[in-house]
Design a protein around this ligand. Structure first.
Ligand SMILES: *[C@@H]1O[C@H](CO)[C@@H](O)[C@H](O)[C@H]1NC(C)=O
Ligand SMILES: *[C@@H]1O[C@H](CO)[C@@H](O)[C@H](O)[C@H]1NC(C)=O
Ligand SMILES: *[C@@H]1O[C@H](CO)[C@@H](O)[C@H](O)[C@H]1NC(C)=O
Ligand SMILES: *[C@@H]1O[C@H](CO)[C@@H](O)[C@H](O)[C@H]1NC(C)=O
Length: 670
């Protein structure tokens, strides 16, 4: 029964797989983090200290214990070196998934906070806090993390929507504090904007009902201030959290609070609807599966009688489609572009087995494949969001295949079978840039010389796309996880051209779950949906800052007291302290003028006004030129900076490592 319920949850709402080191996919980074202190002067722990050993045993025990019950907390080691730790998974995120999320959080703690003694890491589905003081006895909720979806309900409906969200939050909070799991979910329809709202509240299960109630009430009180009008938002704390979104983001259960009727039953799933759907869908599904299995079996028998066990079903195609494909194959017969059969790809990926899965990208799952003859390829199995007909799809694919440059990942072919659309790319052995630059261990592999070569390669690839390819392609989604690295660490841009094949909301829908992408997006695109080569230039600037600093840009979401990378970099530049942002793994022995030039070019690229930004040819010229006088960068776009701190948060908490001494400007920062 549960399995069937899960099947009915729209795929988009399922948690994206935790993707640690995969290739062309966004790594799901910590949603936010708080480190204190951040410098040796204020007392970091020593690498071989007793505290470090206590932390190490904590990071082994808590994820393991929490995967049994969802929550674990305890004191590790004797005073004065005791480490106090707490680990909680979202209630619908259990077992190994929970353990894995928490283990990653402990790794993030090291990567993001170094040797800070008081660290809080929030992921979408779990969080940890450790500290050398005993905070476990109380119910202190700070440091809290606030984030909101950038999109709003329509202006006239803000008050009504805020009212509904508050009522929903209160109802869900009441339920959560009154059940032993200290977790509840709810839903409500909002007819004026034709959207539904889904809400969740959770406390650590060790809190009493009264403590949980008080904790959640304090959060709900802050919601109007931070989240007014936003279609989604969250306030996460160590002890309790509230979150709401316009799409389902948790696994639905039978006992959700339903405040007002949902608007489109096929979109949401209230209990009765779900039950009805299950009641109807189960027999139909069983019947359909039976028919389908029978049909496939007969078809396959006709084709060949091998490999019957464990084979994925080959979707059947219309005659028209078969015809188009046949002609297309003939057309391509003497080009380097290949049309692969579904069989071939299924074989190459051992029936899309998990062992061959590299990860989940914005446009669908990515697999490694081995073609007969030993050619290794990367296979992007596109999620069927494409709205186009076959002919338009073909045109786009042929366009992408024509883009050939040493710094672009080569499209080798594609495979179409009914609804299945797959793109076959050359395989990149070193995965993507984000696996290196955001990882303190692997980051060291990329010394400055390599980083500069990567920067230059990306610039050349983009310049080709913008200018020399005759087609003038705008990437639209340039980011570290879209820069793949070959055996020799040469960068190749991937995922270009895909944005056009998909319905436009893919990026947005995806970033609600995978935070990060929107940190790269130019303000004119974020606010008005305007694309141009200059929006790619903006993303390039952000990427450049990431490569220099080894720090991730903040996401699409707004963070409590969290600054995005562009603001941070500009501030340091203004104060002539840009060297403070240079990735520490680079040491002090880097070519100062070259790095400084890169910082300056990056800041020119992220300027607020698109007209002020250089073109890619300017960028290439600036990067290669020596002794040029570059213009002074203007203020970048602070379009998603949240500046005020939470009223409750104590000043010793919540200092993100990004903002140690940055003067804050007003919310829009313009
Ligand atoms: C920690 O290691 C450093 C060198 O690696 C050494 O100098 C120091 O004495 C060690 N401290 C402890 C407490 O073992
Ligand atoms: C973790 O689980 C083990 C075995 O169940 C138990 O002995 C230990 O006390 C637990 N530790 C914490 C911190 O919960
Ligand atoms: C939503 O509203 C906030 C505050 O009113 C505003 O700053 C922001 O730009 C709006 N977002 C969008 C996408 O319009
Ligand atoms: C809590 O649950 C009890 C019974 O389980 C019920 O009587 C009570 O009304 C509930 N309180 C709230 C605030 O929901």
């Amino acid at each position: 029964m549960l399995a069937l319920l899960l099947l009915l949850v729209p795929a988009s709402s399922l948690p994206a797989p935790a993707s640690g080191d995969e290739g062309a996919v966004p790594v799901i980074n910590a949603f936010s983090h708080f480190c204190s202190p951040t410098s040796d002067a204020d007392g970091l722990y020593q690498p071989n200290s007793t505290f470090a050993a206590n932390l190490a045993s904590m990071s082994a025990v808590l994820p393991k214990n929490a995967s049994a019950s969802g929550f674990s907390a305890g004191a590790f080691g004797r005073a004065p070196d005791t480490a106090y730790g707490l680990a909680l998974c979202r209630w619908d995120y259990t077992g190994d998934d929970c353990g894995a999320c928490l283990s990653r959080a402990f790794k993030d703690a090291v990567n993001l906070c170094g040797r800070s003694k008081d660290v809080t890491i929030y992921h979408d589905q779990c969080h940890i806090r450790f500290y050398d003081q005993d905070y476990l006895a109380g119910a202190v909720n700070s440091p809290e993390s606030v984030a909101s979806n950038m999109n709003n309900v329509s202006r006239g409906n803000v008050a009504a929507f805020d009212g509904l969200v508050t009522r929903l939050a209160n109802a869900v909070a009441d339920r959560a504090s009154n059940v032993s799991g200290r977790y509840a979910t709810g839903q409500a329809g909002f007819p004026p904007d034709k959207i539904n709202v889904y809400g969740l509240a959770q406390c650590t299960p060790d809190l009493t009902t009264a403590q949980c109630q008080a904790c959640l009430a304090a959060i709900i009180k802050q919601m109007p201030k931070f989240l007014s009008g936003r279609v989604g938002g969250r306030i996460l704390g160590v002890r309790c959290a509230v979150r709401y979104e316009k799409d389902i983001f948790f696994t639905t259960t039978g006992d959700m609070v339903t405040l007002t009727p949902l608007l489109d039953p096929s979109k949401g799933s209230s209990n009765t609807h779900t039950l009805w759907i299950v009641a109807i869908a189960v027999p139909i599904t069983v019947l359909l599966c039976g028919f389908l299995a029978c049909f496939m079996w007969m078809r396959r028998r006709r084709r060949r009688v091998t490999n019957l066990s464990g084979r994925v079903n080959i979707p059947t195609m219309s005659m028209e489609m078969e015809q188009v494909l046949k002609l297309w194959k003939i057309e391509e017969s003497d080009s380097e572009f290949s049309l692969y059969d579904f069989d071939q790809i299924a074989d190459a990926t051992r029936n899309f087995s998990n062992d061959y899965k590299l990860g989940q990208g914005g446009f669908g799952a990515v697999y490694r494949g081995e073609l007969p003859g030993g050619l290794e390829v990367a296979i992007k199995r596109l999620s069927t969001c494409s709205v186009q007909g076959l002919m338009e799809f073909k045109t786009e694919i042929q366009l992408i295949a024509k883009l050939q440059h040493t710094n672009l990942v080569r499209l080798l072919g594609c495979c179409l079978q009914a609804e299945e659309k797959m793109l076959i790319y050359e395989y990149m052995h070193n995965k993507s840039l984000d696996c290196f630059i955001f990882d303190s261990a692997k980051g060291a592999i990329l010394n400055w010389e390599r980083r500069f070569r990567i920067i230059d390669g990306i610039a050349q690839g983009l310049l080709y796309m913008h200018k020399h390819s005759r087609l003038r392609v705008i990437h639209r989604d340039l980011k570290a996880s879209n820069i793949l690295l070959d055996r020799d660490m040469n960068p190749k841009i991937s995922d270009f051209g895909l944005a056009r094949i998909f319905c436009s909301n893919v990026t947005e829908a995806n970033t609600t779950r995978v935070v990060g992408t929107h940190g790269y997006i130019a303000p004119e695109y974020a606010s008005e949906g305007l694309f141009s080569t200059k929006s790619d230039v903006f993303s390039f600037g952000v990427l450049l800052l990431e490569i220099i600093s080894g720090k991730r840009t903040a996401g699409f979401y707004q963070y409590g007291k969290f600054f995005n990378l562009t603001g941070y970099a500009y501030q340091l530049w203004q104060e002539a302290k840009w060297h403070e942002m240079v990735d520490q793994v680079l040491g002090v022995d880097y070519p100062v003028t070259e790095v400084m030039k890169c910082v300056q070019v990056a800041l020119l690229c992220v300027q607020d006004s698109a007209d002020d930004r250089p073109s890619m040819s300017d960028v290439v010229a600036m990067l290669s030129g020596e002794g040029l006088t570059l213009p002074e960068p203007r203020q970048p776009a602070y379009f998603n900076v949240r500046l005020s701190s939470l009223p409750e948060s104590n000043s010793s908490f919540g200092e993100s490592s990004y903002i140690s001494n940055v003067a804050l400007t007003d919310e829009d920062g313009r």
